[in-house]
Design a protein around this ligand. Structure first.
Ligand code: NAP
Length: 277
């Protein structure tokens, strides 16, 4: 649990950093006075302070020194130069440090921060509306209480579960890239509706709400998706006619292989130099 006297630092208040701090404030997990955010550009720190009322600075060492929990929300290739800065590294010693950088492995984080308790986390963009999913993997020096704190942070912007570091590239693909795969499906379903005479805005609203409902059915009933699909599929009906077209297009292997390919690419993300990007 995050204590009332504790401070959380968000290093890099870009898209994801801001989403997480906003979620923490909205959920009432932390007061604005308990969060300190950093960014490279003064206009960003000023805007974040004005919008959320938190303390901001461009000095990562100052923010790390003031906090007990530190979120690293910079781009993957920016993590190493940030945390291996001797002043920042010293300020992070003895603290819980959570990286959300895609492809940056726990062993790298632990080597760069030998005196910190490091956690690797992979959130996704629906965190921006409090409907995200995050998976965390804990490093060797992380206590159960610290892992619970990391989970609590991400539960303020959606669901969160813990896994082993070795599956985090798969998680990066399924969870981090997954929204893009889902958007493609919503767009294609919408096109189908338009093809059959629906207005695009109507078709899109139906498709998105329908996909949300189907996802909630899986989560709330705990039933296998195949069993739920069978419930919709009446003999000689329209659903089986559409399903067979999807099977002809090898839709299952296309989607599964997209997850595989994105995971392979994710594994390389944190290992690239900025010049290779
Ligand atoms: N977006 C996603 O879908 C998603 C999902 C899961 C995980 N992630 C991970 O989340 C991390 C952040 O992604 P994002 O999309 O939020 O990126 P972003 O919007 O570019 O945010 C990163 C912010 O960090 C700032 N920054 C860079 N170096 C800094 C430093 N040394 N000190 C302080 N601030 C610094 C950047 O400033 P400048 O703009 O001036 O460079 C920028 O404002 C990435 O590692 C990514 O892998 C992203």
């Amino acid at each position: 649990m995050i204590g009332k006297s504790e401070t959380l630092a968000v290093l890099g208040t870009g898209t994801m950093g801001e989403a997480i701090l906003r979620g923490l404030l909205r959920a009432g997990k932390l007061e604005a006075s308990q969060i300190i955010g950093t960014d490279r550009r003064a206009e960003v720190t000023r805007a974040i302070h004005e919008k959320h009322g938190i303390r901001t600075t461009s000095d990562n060492r100052e923010a790390a020194a003031a906090a007990q929990i530190v979120l690293l929300c910079v781009k993957p290739h920016e993590v190493e130069p940030l945390v291996t800065d001797p002043a920042v590294g010293a300020a992070l010693a003895g603290k819980l440090v959570v990286s959300i950088a895609a492809g940056v492995r726990l062993d790298q984080l632990a080597a760069w921060l030998p005196n910190s308790a490091v956690v690797r986390a992979m959130p996704n963009t629906p965190c921006l509306i409090g409907e995200g999913m995050t998976v965390i993997a804990r490093g060797p020096r992380v206590t159960d209480a610290q892992a619970a704190t990391a989970i609590e942070v991400f539960q303020s912007v959606g669901g969160c579960l813990e896994a082993e570091d070795k599956v985090m590239d798969a998680v990066t693909s399924l969870n981090g890239s997954g929204p893009a795969f889902a958007y493609i499906m919503i767009e294609a379903l919408t096109d189908g509706g338009v093809r059959m005479g629906l207005r695009r805005d109507t078709a899109m609203q139906i498709a998105a709400q329908m996909v949300q409902g189907a996802a909630r059915m899986v989560l709330q009933t705990g039933m296998h998706p195949a069993a739920l699909k069978d419930q919709v599929t009446t003999p000689a009906g329209s659903t089986i006619a559409g399903l067979l077209i999807m099977e002809d297009g090898r839709i299952r292997s296309v989607i599964a292989r997209a997850v595989e390919e994105a995971a392979k690419t994710a594994a390389k993300l944190g290992q690239q130099k900025p010049s290779e990007k």
